[in-house]
Design a protein around this ligand. Structure first.
Ligand code: SF4
Ligand code: SF4
Length: 481
């Protein structure tokens, strides 16, 4: 009989998050990241306050179903342009990722940008990395409570302003701010301000690297856009190993060491808490903070910069020079992305800038089929849905064609204010004996009187009742009458 006790091993399905205290990095890439923070936030916070043609320059007015983007007004019928814009953004991201890896994640993604802002606030209030670690280890005291309260209050204010700015893209921002101050916001405005504000507070203040590691779908599928020539952050193992502290009195011949002095600064600055010396990891967002940190160390020990650097897998395995890396940028995959992007962008701007700022929908009054009126004429009734998508008022002439003698009996001119949409009922008649029984194809044309280039045509159907057609084909009936 076997008396060996069974071994029990417990596999934990949940790993508690280890708090990361990133050290502030200084250098070329840190500066570039702050340039991205300023640029993106100037655009995001500033755009709702910009005026254009006497109105908010960028306003997605969902209630009125009109999107104002500077001089362009988009209607629900223009959804294709928004879809094209999304496709352009997606392709641009594919292209950037194929060339420069996770540079979007590291420098311009909102999660990175807001985390950078929130970490800056944290450093200003709680101090540098070691001070923050000490503070968190300390028991609660008045000083700790004051610092934590101040930090969360400033985070909350930034998050709230971010929520207000976001909703300011959908509700005129001046009115919105008055409502916020007067606490007279509607329920939806409250909901979206708090939702967006809390998402910012939670993601940038608390979740941070976990959003990139566990929640971001882009982080999951972007590896499919990488190839061996995409830029990645790499540690030059051949140069750095064996790592170890370089003591002043060490005998370099007896103890040959690589350039890495194992100071761990590259790990301390990493916002996702990884050690890039262990190789490329999916948690690496390509922020290059470790590059900056290591370059400072290399400067201090008089070693060449770039022990950690942007490079490619090909460059590492084949020892390519920076010039050779640049020469491999325009490879087939990249050229394909550029080609598709140029095509879509050209088509997008070509159609957007040459589109007629006028739309016409013709709806035939189905309740009233064609009917015979005085002099045996046949009349059909329509509703013309006219949209002046320009911001200036226009006067239009309506004409109809397709059947001999066809004409409007209602006024054939209509004026619309800028961005006005109006339903205009019209009655159309044809003389007796014209057209055939049943549906006849006709066409409405709408032409701006002050600019004859603005015109649209829309097909419709004119219905001639069978009886009326027969009567007109039988001349004896009219003679008897
Ligand atoms: S910062 Fe550079 S020298 Fe310091 S541990 Fe990292 S790789 Fe080594
Ligand atoms: S390993 Fe370097 S580049 Fe990657 S996330 Fe960490 S600091 Fe940024």
């Amino acid at each position: 009989m076997n008396n060996v006790a069974p071994t029990v091993s417990v596999i934990k399905m949940y790993a508690a998050r280890e708090e990361i205290y990133p050290r502030a990095a200084k250098g070329r890439y840190a500066t570039l990241r702050w340039v991205c923070v300023w640029l993106t936030q100037l655009v995001f916070y500033g755009l709702p306050w910009l005026n254009w043609n006497g109105r908010q320059a960028v306003l997605f007015d969902l209630a009125a179903r009109k999107f104002y983007i500077f001089g362009i007004v988009l209607w629900p019928q223009d959804f294709i342009y928004l879809a094209a814009l999304l496709i352009v953004c997606a392709y641009a991201l594919f292209l950037i990722t194929a060339v420069a890896g996770r540079v979007w994640c590291g420098f311009a993604c909102p999660q990175t940008v807001y985390t950078e802002i929130f970490m800056w606030i944290e450093r200003r209030i709680e101090g540098a990395r070691s001070a923050r670690m000490r503070l968190d280890r300390q028991p609660w005291s008045f000083g700790k409570l004051a610092k934590k309260t101040a930090k969360h209050a400033v985070w909350g204010a930034v998050a709230l302003w971010t929520g207000i700015s976001f909703v300011g893209y959908f509700t005129p921002v001046h009115a919105l701010l008055r409502e916020v101050v007067g606490i007279t916001l509607g329920p939806w405005e409250w909901f979206w301000i708090l939702f967006y504000g809390l998402a910012t507070y939670g993601n940038a203040g608390w979740m941070r690297e976990q959003v990139c590691k566990y929640m971001c779908p882009y982080a999951r599928f972007q590896s499919s856009m990488f190839d061996k020539d995409s830029l990645i952050i790499t540690y030059d193992k051949a140069r750095g190993e064996p790592r170890g502290a370089h003591g002043k009195n060490d005998d370099a011949a007896a103890k040959p060491l690589g350039d890495c002095i194992d100071c761990s600064l590259c790990v301390q600055v990493c916002p996702t808490g990884i050690d890039i010396r262990e190789g490329l990891q999916y948690e690496c967002i390509g922020c290059a903070a470790c590059v900056d940190a290591c370059n400072v160390v290399m400067q201090k020990i008089n070693a060449p910069l770039g022990l950690i650097r942007y490079s490619t897998e090909h460059a590492l395995t084949n020892g390519l020079s920076p010039k050779q890396i640049r020469q491999r940028v325009f490879r087939p995959r990249v050229l394909l992305y550029i080609g598709v992007l140029v095509l879509i962008v050209s088509a997008f701007f070509g159609t957007l800038l040459t589109r007629t700022p006028l739309k016409l929908d013709v709806i035939r009054d189905r309740g009233a089929m064609g009917r015979e009126v005085e002099d045996g004429m046949i009349e059909n009734v329509y509703r013309l849905q006219i949209m002046n998508t320009a911001e200036t008022p226009h006067r239009y002439k309506i004409t109809v064609s397709g059947i001999d003698t066809i004409a409007l009996v209602t006024p054939d001119e209509v004026s619309l204010a800028g961005t006005e949409a109006r339903a205009v009922p019209v009655r159309v008649r044809v003389a007796s004996g014209k057209g055939h029984a049943g549906s006849n194809k006709i066409e409405f044309e709408l032409r701006a009187l002050d600019d004859l280039h603005f015109h649209v045509e829309e097909k419709a159907v004119f219905f001639v009742p069978r009886d009326a057609a027969h009567e007109s084909e039988d001349p004896r009936k009219h003679q008897q009458q």
